[in-house]
Design a protein around this ligand. Structure first.
Ligand SMILES: *[C@@H]1O[C@H](CO)[C@@H](O)[C@H](O)[C@H]1NC(C)=O
Ligand SMILES: *[C@@H]1O[C@H](CO)[C@@H](O)[C@H](O)[C@H]1NC(C)=O
Ligand SMILES: *[C@@H]1O[C@H](CO)[C@@H](O)[C@H](O)[C@H]1NC(C)=O
Ligand SMILES: *[C@@H]1O[C@H](CO)[C@@H](O)[C@H](O)[C@H]1NC(C)=O
Ligand SMILES: *[C@@H]1O[C@H](CO)[C@@H](O)[C@H](O)[C@H]1NC(C)=O
Ligand SMILES: *[C@@H]1O[C@H](CO)[C@@H](O)[C@H](O)[C@H]1NC(C)=O
Ligand SMILES: *[C@@H]1O[C@H](CO)[C@@H](O)[C@H](O)[C@H]1NC(C)=O
Length: 348
């Protein structure tokens, strides 16, 4: 019974030990290759791991050791996709990713004689491209500065979306990452300049080469017309100033005008019908001083002569009051002929 039972057992042990020895020699070869890193595990990769539905992509499988003749095998999950032989160059697998099942996981096997190695798994993810973002600007301004809030949102496209704001093609904000469908917000304080500022924003998600820019948004010039409240404030002030000026003019000019009118009313009696409007004024101060200097007085009175077109001349004497004891003979009046005006020298 014991023998009967143990006969196959010995047989099994014998076969087992034998196969162990043979497989160990093969395993040893592979082990040494792995240990010395002569045959490292391959890498599987693509240019992008985020793709749109229906996109064609290239999947690469490469081995670091360029001098080995290698058999490459590509799998998706458990499914064997294909086998390629090559040396030195990575193997390229072109794929069309049209449904969720095509996303992966992909795995690549390299084999050299009886030794094989596997890559890490690689999977794609689907993403929708961003649509053209919408830029919304609100602003308020004080006398010196303008406070601007820029908002940017792309209503379609897979999250997360990074938004960047630009002023005339120069980025003015960092990339603002949004994991929910809401506008990215950026505040800006700007000194008042007369220039028109142009803003735009960029939306970008993980899909490569699919960034989109908004329409440019031009802020109205910061000069007068951009400040509707300024005019409302300025207008009453301006009106007030105008009224004051009008009143001042009225009070200044009216009496003068009246005086002039009175003078004109008198003038015709002396000059006939032509009131003297234009004339040549000559200072005859010097002559006057020479001719009629009062002894003991400085000759300071000046005379202006005026001539009009008719040849009439009028002399206007500006007298300098002199404080002096009055001598009987000094109290004379100058009568400068032609004008008919008589100005007496005032001596007190
Ligand atoms: C590549 O493999 C060959 C053959 O096993 C080996 O001689 C060589 O050293 C390996 N090269 C590298 C860089 O590991
Ligand atoms: C993608 O590849 C398929 C063949 O695999 C081809 O028929 C198709 O035109 C390609 N599409 C694009 C967008 O390149
Ligand atoms: C190992 O490879 C040799 C040839 O390279 C082949 O004859 C042998 O059958 C292989 N052994 C196993 C266990 O695959
Ligand atoms: C701009 O943003 C304000 C505040 O969020 C909102 O009330 C307004 O509707 C937005 N305008 C546009 C055109 O999106
Ligand atoms: C958003 O993208 C999805 C997927 O590409 C598309 O079906 C949908 O029509 C898009 N919506 C808009 C408003 O563009
Ligand atoms: C921008 O400023 C407004 C007030 O003007 C404030 O409510 C908002 O939180 C600010 N946003 C950011 C991103 O700082
Ligand atoms: C978004 O911006 C963050 C930094 O703010 C960056 O780490 C990330 O890579 C960006 N993502 C994309 C898709 O550009």
């Amino acid at each position: 019974m014991w023998c009967h039972l143990n006969k196959p057992f010995f047989m099994q042990q014998f076969v087992g030990i034998f196969s162990l020895l043979t497989s160990q020699t093969a395993a040893l070869d592979c082990e040494t290759m792995k240990k010395t890193n002569e045959f490292p595990s391959p890498k599987v990769y693509s240019e992008t791991d985020v793709i749109m539905k229906g996109q064609n992509v290239s999947l690469f499988c490469s081995n670091q050791n360029k001098s080995l003749q290698i058999t490459y095998v590509m799998f998706r999950g458990m499914k064997h996709l294909g086998t390629w032989d090559g040396k030195g160059e990575p193997m390229i697998f072109n794929l069309r990713i049209s449904e969720a099942g095509d996303l992966g996981p992909y795995k690549c096997k390299t084999q050299v004689s009886n030794c094989s190695r596997y890559s890490q798994e690689f999977s794609f993810t689907f993403a929708n491209p961003v649509t053209t973002p919408v830029l919304n600007i609100s602003a308020f301004q004080t006398e010196t500065a303008r406070y601007i809030t820029l908002r940017c949102i792309s209503y379609n496209g897979s999250l997360p979306i990074n938004y960047t704001f630009f002023e005339k093609d120069v980025a003015i904000s960092p990339a603002i990452s949004k994991n929910v469908r809401e506008p990215a917000e950026f505040n800006l304080t700007e000194r008042i300049t007369g220039e028109r500022e142009e803003y735009r924003c960029k939306a970008k998600n993980r899909l490569p080469n699919h960034a989109k820019y908004s329409q440019p948004f031009t802020m109205p010039s910061t000069g007068g017309d951009s400040c509707p409240f300024c005019l409302q404030l300025l207008l009453p002030g301006l009106l007030l100033l105008l009224i004051v000026i009008i009143l001042m003019l009225a009070f200044w000019i009216l009496p003068k005008y009246k005086a002039r009118k009175a003078m004109r009313d008198n003038a015709p009696r002396n000059y006939g019908n032509k009131p003297m409007e234009v004339g040549i004024y000559a200072n005859v101060c010097q002559n006057q001083a020479d001719d009629k200097s009062v002894p003991g007085l400085e000759p300071r009175q000046c005379v202006s002569t005026a001539q009009d077109g008719t040849g009439h001349s009028k002399e206007i004497h500006y007298a300098t009051p002199v404080f002096q004891e009055v001598a009987q003979g000094d109290h004379e009046a100058h009568n400068d002929c032609k004008t008919g005006y008589v100005y007496s020298e005032l001596v007190l």
